[in-house]
Ligand binder design. Sequence first.
Ligand SMILES: [Mn+2]
Length: 277
Amino acid sequence: MANYAIGDIQGCFDELIILLDKIKFETNKDQLWICGDLINRGPKSLESLEFLYSIRKNCYITLGNHDLHFLAVAEEVIEISDSDTFQEILKNKNLDIYLNWIKEMPFHHIGKIKNNGKTRSYVMTHAGIPPHWTKENLKKYSLELNKTLQGPESLNLLKNMYGNEPNHPSRCVTEMDRLRLHINYLTRMRFCSRDGSLDLKNKGKAFDAPSGMKPWFDWNLKILKDPVHLLFGHWAALEGVTGKKNITALDTGCVWGNKLSALRLEDNRIFSCNKIN
Ligand SMILES: [Mn+2]
């Protein structure tokens, strides 16, 4: 039995299958931790989603910004854009099944793994965890987003989640402002300031931080008060490098021509498959 953490798949179905073949993935013993952005931008979004649904019992999946955007388009609260590549899912007979499945996905996953003989706690989100959030904050806010996504305010949330402002809790006026900021923290964050103010425009490399900003994982994170290992994706420009032993960037940019990677949590071994189409 092994646990593998996998970064942004984004419709790179062929590479996913090759990667699972490389790790000799078996549904009767292995578990995948997938950090979100299952679909979009890549060539085979429908195949990726169909396959992941078929092995859903073997997957912990956290929601990514592309998965949320897909929900918004499918629920017709926003127009599809030219760069979106999930048209086939929208026409699929199982669309409702997939929509309900995606809406049930959490914004974070926490689990314990025996790594090199020691039991360690792992926390996975799509983009990261802001410096000022404790583990309790994460659990509370993540659950609140899920409940909203599954409740009567679902369409309202999907419609109002777009936008870079407000970028800090002190600038939130409405309830929806706060929920948008939390979605931005968990699914879009890269650079932020010490107090958790977001800069969502900059998508560059970690050393290209705007003034007063750092990659979120370079701050003194409250969630690291207790020993945990953080897993996240979303930031392909990092090329898997954070410079921290206990924080792993899983997105190695397959959809951008690089590779899809899996980290075996039991022994930190990395498996990869280069982009093929
Ligand atoms: Mn993303």
